[in-house]
Write a protein that binds this ligand. Structure first.
Ligand SMILES: NC(=O)c1ccc[n+]([C@@H]2O[C@H](COP(=O)([O-])OP(=O)(O)OC[C@H]3O[C@@H](n4cnc5c(N)ncnc54)[C@H](O)[C@@H]3O)[C@@H](O)[C@H]2O)c1
Ligand SMILES: [Zn+2]
Length: 346
């Protein structure tokens, strides 16, 4: 799988790019939601001449757009508009719009080009990179999808100006995740400063691209990027918390287990725990919660042969994939989270 290019020069670099011959004859359809329609489309149209005549399709904001029904509506609109293989889907939104738009592009006429213009920090450092597209189906997140890399991803951090603090935190968490498994110095720096400079965003994207390059189809090493996600997906579905926040809590649970199973330094766990709990209140899970979350975790795609498997850390920068974890260990990790915050960590 060939990864597309990533441009870091914002909308100006997109404007220059779309003047190139490879985009001649392209018919652009911009996919957006009500928020990016209001907050992001004006800048895009004013700065990128090639998109001034583009069609646009509005989809529901957030995870709600990641459904087969919404994808079908977009395909229908494309068909009715006579879209052929010169059509290019431009995803103007967060991870949800990028996931949906990539999915739509992958299937329509056996694959259209698409451009990701991520408008959330999470999408810039994670969702818009790496070629995974998906919708949710049968109550299982990301259960339908294709590997279909965006031809182009353009990072413009000016879009982050309108994000709320929780949205920003979600992006920071995914950056922490990538750094935790691939760049210990950057990991420590982000935990210490809680900010991402343009250079940091670029570095996180580079790290992710390097990992994806080594294992584009997620058969081995790429799975280190699932750190915190087996717990995180279950928390997201069970507690209805945003993806990034859920993954942040999932990483706390995974680090706790890492101290028990892989000898992760307790200080490393505690410094992460302190960082996270300085920003959010951890849910106080009960046994009823853990019993509802366990099946969700078993359903997760990381579960093989009925045995739950997780990514854990030996130390920042050294992750181990596919580590078997028992139901008892999952309960322990989840139950101790809220208690640990109340008691100043265990
Ligand atoms: N494909 C991948 O590799 C990958 C990786 C990580 C996450 N994801 C997916 O990404 C999704 C989460 O993405 P997300 O966190 O970006 O959230 P999101 O796309 O669901 O957007 C959250 C909210 O932010 C709003 N928003 C978007 N841009 C904004 C802006 N500039 N200012 C103000 N509000 C804005 C949206 O309208 C929406 O209401 C999940 O579905 C997750 O599964 C995919
Ligand atoms: Zn994620």
């Amino acid at each position: 799988m060939k990864q597309g290019r990533t441009l870091y020069g914002g909308l100006r670099s997109l404007a220059r790019e779309l003047e190139k011959p490879e985009w001649a004859g392209a018919r652009y359809t911009i996919l957006l939601d009500e928020n990016t329609f209001q907050l992001c489309l004006p800048q895009l149209i004013s700065q990128v001449e090639a998109l001034q005549e583009a069609e646009f399709i509005e989809v529901p904001a957030g995870e709600e757009c990641k459904s087969l029904e919404v994808a079908a509506q977009v395909w229908q609109t494309l068909l009715e508009g006579g879209a052929d293989r010169n059509a290019v889907i431009v995803n103007l939104g967060g991870g949800s719009v990028c996931d949906l738009g990539g999915f739509v592009a992958a299937a329509y006429k056996r694959g259209l080009r698409h451009i990701n213009l991520p408008t959330t920090l999470l999408a810039m450092v994670d969702a818009a990179i790496g070629g995974k597209t998906a919708v949710d189906f049968g109550d299982v997140k990301n259960s339908l999808g294709f590997f279909h890399p965006a031809t182009l991803t353009v990072i413009d951090q000016a879009f982050c100006d309108t994000l709320s603090d929780p949205q920003r935190l979600c992006g920071l968490v995914e950056a922490v995740k990538t750094a935790a498994v691939a760049d210990p110095a950057l990991y420590r720096q982000i935990i210490a400063t809680s900010t991402l400079s343009a250079a940091d965003v670029r570095q996180v994207v580079r790290l992710k691209r390097r990992i994806v390059q080594a294992d584009p189809y997620d058969l081995g090493i790429r799975r280190i990027l699932n750190f915190g996600h087996t717990f995180g997906h279950a928390i997201e579905v069970h507690s209805h918390l945003p993806h990034g926040i859920s993954v942040g809590i999932g990483m706390a649970a995974a680090m706790y287990l890492s101290t028990k199973k892989l000898g992760l330094d307790r200080e490393a766990y505690l410094s992460y725990f302190k960082w996270l709990t300085g920003r959010i209140d951890l849910p106080r899970f009960t046994l009823k919660d853990t019993e509802a979350m366990l099946p969700l975790m078993h359903q997760d795609k990381k579960s093989a042969d009925g045995e739950l498997r997780c990514v854990l850390l030996q130390e920042p920068g050294a992750a181990v994939i596919d580590l078997p974890v028992s139901d008892h260990e999952v309960r322990d990790a989840l139950l101790q989270l809220g208690k640990a915050q109340q008691g100043g960590s265990r």
